[in-house]
Every structure is written in C-alpha cells, then in structure tokens.
Design a protein around this ligand. Structure first.
Ligand SMILES: *Cc1c(COP(=O)(O)O)cnc(C)c1O
Length: 408
C-alpha cells in the first residue's frame, strides 16, 4: 500500500503575498508543519522502519479509506513527505517524489513508463549513466533508445514513431551547457501525445522551471544544488500527482527510497538554497568571463556568455546560468590539460557539482577514459576539456586560483 505523492504549491504556507512567496521563503518554510513534534523548530528524524497501528480496526481503516499515514519504511517516511512538499513548491509543480539518488529517480520513471517494444528519444548530450541505463539495460527488456543531436528539434520530431513513449533531455546539458528551448521541446511531445522529461539538475529550480513550458516530468539529482553540501545522495521527480502515482508504487517495490537521516540533511541544505544559488551563479559567470579573456583558453562553454550558441534561449528562460563552466585549453594535449587541473590549490579534483566546494575535472579522464576516441569525438569530449563546478567560495579567491594554475 503506497501513500500518495505529496502535493504542494506553497499554498500550505500560512502567508501569502501578491506574486507568491520568494524562493528563500519557500525553501525555509514550505512543506513544513507550523508546529512540530516536541515544539521543535526543526523537523524530527523518525528512524522507524515500520509504523504501528493502535488496533485491528485502525489497520482496516487505513486499507479501506486510504488514510494518509505511514505503514512501512520502504513506502515512505514523514521526513520524506516534508521535503517532497518543499521541492514541489520550489519547482512550482503539483507533487514530488524523492528517491535515493538522481539515477534511481530516472530508472523509476523509465521502468514505470516503458513497455517492451516502446521507444525513448534522447538528446545526445547527457549524463553518461542515463544513456548507459537505456542502451545497456532497458534494451534487454525490448525498449528501443534513439539518440539525436542535442537541440535538433526537427531530428527529434522525425525520430518519433507510434511506439515513442518519452522524449528526454537535460537542460543545460553536461558538460557542453547547451540550453534546450523548452517550448519547442514540449510542443513536440504535445503534437504526438508523447510525454516529456527534462533533467534540470544543472539549472536547479532556482534558475529554470520547465513545468511552466509544458514539460511533463522534471528530474533533479538532489545530490547537486538542492542538497548543496557534497554530503548526500538524493533524486527527485516533479510532475502532477496523477503522473507520479504509478511511479510512487514502483518506488515502494524497488525500495529506492532515501533514509530519514539523509533527508534531514537535504532539508537542512535546502534552507540556504537561494543564497547558495546566487553565489554559484555569480561565481560561474565571473569564472566564465575570466576564462573567456584568458590567452591560454581556446573556448568557454557557458550559457551566460554572449558567444554561447544558446545565449538567447538561456537569457529568455533562465534566471541565472549556474556554477558549471566548461573550457578548452589552447594547444594542449590531455597531459598538459591534466597539469593545469593538478596545479589547482582551492578547487578539488572530483566528479559531481552543485556543492559548496569548487570541483574540477577533466571529462576525458574522469568519465570517458575507457571510451574509444571515436565515441569521445561523437560525444564532444575533447582531450583539452576541463569542467569546473564552481562552489560558493569568494569569487576573487576562485579567480586567483585559476590565474595561478593557468600561468604558463
Ligand atoms: C549527477 C547527475 C545525475 C545522477 O544523479 P545521482 O544523484 O548521482 O544519481 C543525473 N543527471 C545529471 C545531469 C547529473 O548531474
């Protein structure tokens, strides 16, 4: 028995203002009970793996009347409901489902929607594990994956067949930071009666709200900006209550649920979401501009630079461009590029993004070292490419670190 996905648009706040509450007000207050257990200002962490019923009649009432309460830990816990309401409010969506990771959210969605013989179409710039799940695993169940060039809407529409169930893209994409025209993307789905999913992890709900453009499902790896402290894994899907209900049932079977301790960390991290995003955006923009002027840099991928191919779409649809900056080092092979990464003093070498610490990586080494040169070329992974996930350190310190690392 699965309890319903939790809904909120922030209407549960005992506060309203013309235009609606701001992102920080939602991040701090939305989804939470005003008066909590023990009169505590913070939410309690319920470690329970199971929940008790007062008597047999209470069990029967729960089953027959579908009363909203907890039953068994794999189906949900009170901490999760709070954070789901908060995330739905931040995204401007009807309901949210929290998962143990971004990948388990994606797998949960795909396993719910896709039947044998069905087809899914991806824009080709995407998180390599998302692609791998489709091509290596969904394929074993007879699901067909098509990949088309990122932001080629005509190619995506041409790939739609009567068996297409889902169109998938990230926005911005990783690591090229291409920005999808969500109106065009959602329109393809609507014209053909096909559901659409945007993985908006790199934007976060602070910078982009895909639901406003008619996208059906929004996914975030909450491990990144939402958690924000590089100390937890989580994923979230936001959609209508109706769309999330079957996914909720499968999540309860898969057990892809997050632990109450982890969820507490996520709730705590979310309190400063807007403040952190403002600094991530400022650092990303400042670093992109700095690198763009630097003689040792051949090319910068950042949607907040006028030279970026999707600058106009980004400016129209995003309220900030995030902390991720990718660049190519001029006249450098992969070893000379690695030497720059190794000279960084503040930035740490690690995958991931969206946390308070600035992280740096060479995609060739970190994610594609075992890929063939042909595949790397196909996916646009250059030997001299560096990806930086700006943290919230002071901008001047971050720029000084790059200044010294790029010194010839
Ligand atoms: C990290 C990431 C994921 C996977 O999320 P996990 O929480 O690590 O499972 C999916 N999509 C994007 C864009 C990501 O950056």
């Amino acid at each position: 028995m699965s309890s319903k996905p939790t809904t909120s648009n922030g209407q549960d706040l005992p506060f309203s203002r013309a235009g609606g509450p701001g992102a920080s007000t939602l991040a701090v207050h939305a989804g939470e009970a005003r008066q909590k257990v023990g009169d505590s200002i913070t939410d309690a962490i319920f470690c329970a793996s199971t929940y008790t019923f007062a008597n047999t009649q209470a069990v029967i009432d729960y089953i027959q009347q579908k009363q909203p309460r907890e039953e068994y830990g794999r189906y949900g816990n009170p901490s999760q409901r709070v954070v789901e309401r908060k995330l739905a409010a931040l995204e401007g969506g009807e309901a949210a489902l929290l998962f143990s990771s971004g990948m388990s959210a994606l797998v949960g969605l795909l396993m719910t929607l896709m039947n044998s013989g069905d087809e899914v179409i991806f824009f080709d710039e995407c998180y390599h594990r998302s692609r791998e799940f489709c091509t290596k695993h969904l394929s074993r169940f007879g699901v067909v994956t098509h990949q088309v060039r990122a932001c080629d809407y005509a190619a995506m529409e041409a790939a739609v067949t009567p068996r297409t169930r889902l169109l998938v893209s990230e926005s911005p994409t990783n690591p090229h930071l291409s920005v999808v025209d969500l109106q065009k993307f959602a329109a393809i789905g609507k014209r053909h009666g096909v559901a659409t999913l945007i993985d908006a992890t790199l934007a976060s709900p602070y910078n982009l709200r895909p639901i406003q453009y008619g996208v059906d499902y929004v996914l975030h790896s909450a491990t990144k900006y939402l958690g924000g402290h590089n100390d937890l894994l989580a994923g979230v899907l936001i959609a209508t209550q109706e769309k999330l209900e079957p996914i909720d049932k499968l999540r309860g079977i898969m057990g892809a649920i997050n632990s109450p301790h982890n969820i507490y960390l996520l709730e705590r991290g979310l309190k400063t979401f807007e403040l952190r995003m403002q600094r991530h955006n400022a650092n990303g923009q400042a670093l992109a501009e700095f690198l763009d002027r630097h003689p040792r840099v051949e090319k910068v991928y950042y949607p907040g630079l006028p030279s970026h191919p999707y600058y106009d779409v980004a400016r129209e649809t995003m309220s900030g461009f995030g902390g991720l900056v990718t660049f190519l080092v001029r006249n450098a092979d992969w070893q000379a590029t690695a030497a720059i990464v190794d000279r960084m003093q503040l930035a740490r070498i690690a995958p991931s993004l969206g946390g308070v610490e600035t992280l740096i990586e060479q995609p060739l080494v970190m994610s594609y070292f075992e890929a063939t040169p042909q595949d790397r070329q196909k996916w646009g992974i250059h030997d001299n490419m560096i990806r930086v996930a700006c943290g919230i350190e002071n901008t001047e310190d971050l720029l000084a670190d790059f200044e010294q690392a790029l010194r010839p």
